[in-house]
Design a protein around this ligand. Structure first.
Ligand code: UDP
Length: 258
């Protein structure tokens, strides 16, 4: 596996110490060039809380090759823990860089997931955005997880990159379940990135991202996200050492029953 990294552990998840540039140059591009196989996870605070609440999911994530800190909450938590990660590595950012690299080098890409129309539009837009991009197949993401024809189809296209947008948990589980069937490929769960690529969902304007307020922008746009924001808040509180200890001491922070 190309690239060895130190890690910062947050709630049993090992995040790699790296930057966007280093990760692409030291791991992703060599993995593609040498036809190796790797499983990349991008995790934000909500994702980490989800792994705490679902031990099976935690195990899936612990079987991945690289976990990237996607979200300023992860970076801040690592700072508070005294083991700071150098920068945020966003899943969508890595996806765009991979697609650009694939277009330049003729790598074969598969898009798995999202609604049918989103999937179709995402492929169309990706081809426009990255001229020459070879998307060898696509499939929407609303299928039975046990459906063996899906991994068979993905495998038949001999992809170098498999981007999986089935929502967190489902996408990582799908990857781990089928990884052994493939001889090569960079596999990554990309969450809502096809929705952004298809123009269905917009990223926050740069100023919101720079002010570390992307979460607030998304909450205003979609108030149903409040549950998610609460999970992020819980994550942050648990990583302020004194507050985290007090919450745990008084049992305010409880592990959910398995
Ligand atoms: N999605 C899918 N199949 C599913 C659930 C979700 O293809 O069974 C897609 C959904 O259409 C979206 C992406 O997965 O394009 C991310 O979904 P969501 O934002 O709900 O997931 P999150 O990553 O935030 O959990």
């Amino acid at each position: 596996m190309p690239g060895h990294y130190d890690t910062a552990t947050l709630m049993d998840i090992d995040f790699i110490h790296t930057t966007n540039e280093e990760f692409l140059n030291k791991t992703v591009y060599p993995c593609l060039a040498h036809e190796e196989k790797c499983f990349i996870v991008t995790a934000n605070p909500e994702f980490v809380i989800e792994t705490r609440d679902h031990p099976d999911f935690k195990e899936v994530v612990q079987h991945s090759d690289y976990v990237l800190g996607d979200g300023i909450g992860i970076i801040n938590a690592s700072r508070l823990m005294g083991n700071p990660l150098p920068e945020r590595i966003s899943g969508i950012g890595v996806m765009y860089r991979m697609l650009s690299h694939a277009a330049e080098n003729g790598y074969r890409v598969f898009f798995l997931g999202a609604e049918e129309e989103t999937s179709r539009q995402a492929v169309e837009n990706a081809k426009k955005k990255f001229p020459g991009l070879n998307i060898v197949g696509r499939h929407h993401g609303f299928f039975d997880m046990r459906d063996a024809s899906i991994p068979r189809y993905v495998h038949s296209t001999q992809p170098d990159i498999v981007l999986v947008a089935l929502g967190m948990q489902r996408q990582e589980t799908w990857i781990l379940d089928h990884l052994s069937k493939f001889d090569k490929g960079v596999f990554m769960g990309v969450g809502g990135s096809f929705d952004v690529l298809a123009g269905k969902a917009k990223r926050a304007p740069k100023i919101w991202i720079r002010l570390q307020m992307e979460w607030l922008y998304r909450l205003i746009k979609d108030p149903k996200r409040i549950r998610r924001v609460m999970k992020v808040a819980e994550f942050m509180l648990l990583h302020i050492p004194v507050i985290g200890r007090i919450l745990k001491f008084f049992g305010i922070y409880k592990k959910k029953p398995r």
